[in-house]
Design a binder for this molecule. Structure first.
Ligand code: MG
Length: 242
């Protein structure tokens, strides 16, 4: 009897495991991802928040909450010296960001002084914007670097006055109890269609001087664009919350 039961149990196991090895057994049907209409080339997809469409800075403000003072004309916005950086009014955590930028046509200065601006994720983690077309500087400070952290895999910069794209995928850091960072921020950057940062871990707040480290902050924070005094222009800025 015991032998019969053992044989039956083994047969059942064999039958069940056989059922698992069907094509259908590894198909997952739910949830169904929502349908999104992609934009043509770099146009925003249907579920994006358009942060700047070329017409106004209504979704932006300056550091003290007043109107953003940069110059909007000819479908783009240009840094205006002396007006500070600009921030989105809305706060974000994990995002996909598309942004187009252009170094000044007239080349002025060199190194970090040439077409410097930057995209500050959560207003603290900088993806550098710099005219890095035949412009020597420290590698971890050139265009598409995570400033003073990660050197871009390649230099995909276009010439001054040509429009360039960044497509950025960013996940915010997670802080645990006692405000220690549990999961660092991660970032992927595609510059003009070329992968330049491949899911790298961010070390902490971007600093000009000294090592980077995390300081606890809100789960969502605004995106900011740096005013470094150089007339860098932007257009077609859209973001998707992940
Ligand atoms: Mg910068």
């Amino acid at each position: 009897m015991k032998l019969l039961l053992t044989v039956l149990a083994a047969s059942l196991c064999f039958w069940v495991s056989g059922q698992i090895r069907t094509p259908q057994s590894t198909e997952i049907w739910k949830p169904v991802p929502p349908v999104v209409t992609p934009g043509e080339y770099t146009a925003p997809p249907s579920d994006a928040i358009v942060l700047f469409d070329g017409s106004n800075l209504d979704l932006w403000q300056n550091k003290i909450g007043n109107e953003a003072g940069w110059i909007v004309e000819n479908g783009c916005v240009t840094v205006k010296r002396g007006t500070g950086s600009i921030l989105t009014k809305k706060a974000f955590a994990d995002i996909q960001l598309h942004i187009e930028w252009r170094s000044p046509e007239k080349v002025v200065g060199k190194g970090q002084g040439r077409g410097n601006s930057g995209i500050f994720l959560m207003d603290r983690y900088e993806v550098q914007i710099l005219d890095s077309y035949e412009n020597e500087t420290y590698s971890n400070g050139q265009a598409a670097s995570i400033y003073k952290e990660h050197i871009p895999l390649v230099n995909a910069c276009k010439k001054p006055a040509e429009w360039q794209t960044y497509d950025i995928i960013f996940t915010a850091p997670r802080f645990g109890k006692s405000d220690r960072v549990v999961i660092p921020a991660y970032i992927t950057v595609i510059h003009n269609g070329v992968l330049v940062q491949n899911h790298v871990a961010i070390w902490g707040n971007t600093n000009f001087i000294g090592a980077h480290s995390y300081k606890p902050h809100d789960a969502k924070l605004p995106l900011s664009l740096q005013n470094h005094g150089n007339p860098v222009s932007y257009r077609n800025i859209w973001i998707r919350e992940l």
